[in-house]
Ligand binder design. Structure first.
Ligand SMILES: [Zn+2]
Length: 158
């Protein structure tokens, strides 16, 4: 008997990307693709496109923006990161290292908070215990994600 693995936001996580519907999504307006869980992708793709347009370009220089990765939360051994369920994205990791404050301007922070909230996500730059400014993750249940996608009209755009 195997139990279903979950990442910290409660989404199904797996070492096998196919098992949880991980696909590679082109981000509109950029040259990159990000691997994400199919069910959460409409929100995360829209978030990434707005991050690129309104916060900072995510396809400049070395590729350091990514989604799915099967791994524990860094610094912890037991809890799986939301990257393990394909429901989190790290944006421009090199410019916004883990634990480093003030890598975004106050104006950028304001924009990030607005767009992450819009797409049902939580921003790692607001973590109290350990700052993770590159990171945004789905902060809704799968059912709430379906509702949010509908409410934003993202289900018609195919
Ligand atoms: Zn991350």
């Amino acid at each position: 008997m195997t139990s279903i693995l979950k990442s910290s936001n409660g989404w199904h996580a797996s070492k096998d990307p196919a098992e949880i519907g991980i696909k590679s999504y082109p981000i509109p307006g950029t040259t990159i693709k990000i691997r994400l869980a199919e069910k959460a992708a409409p929100l995360l793709v829209a978030l990434a496109a707005e991050w690129h347009k309104l916060v900072e370009p995510i396809d400049a220089g070395t590729l350091d923006t990514w989604g799915y990765a099967f791994r524990p939360i860094r610094g912890q051994t037991e809890k799986l990161s939301n990257h393990a369920s394909g429901t989190a994205i790290d944006f421009s990791a090199n410019a916004h290292p883990l634990g480093k404050a003030d890598t975004f301007t106050p104006e950028q922070c304001k924009t990030i908070r607005a767009i992450t909230a819009k797409y049902g996500c939580r921003w790692g730059g607001d973590y109290v215990h350990r700052l993770d400014s590159m990171h945004a993750e789905i902060n809704l249940t799968p059912k709430e994600v379906i509702e949010r996608i509908k409410a934003l009209g993202l289900d018609n755009k195919k």
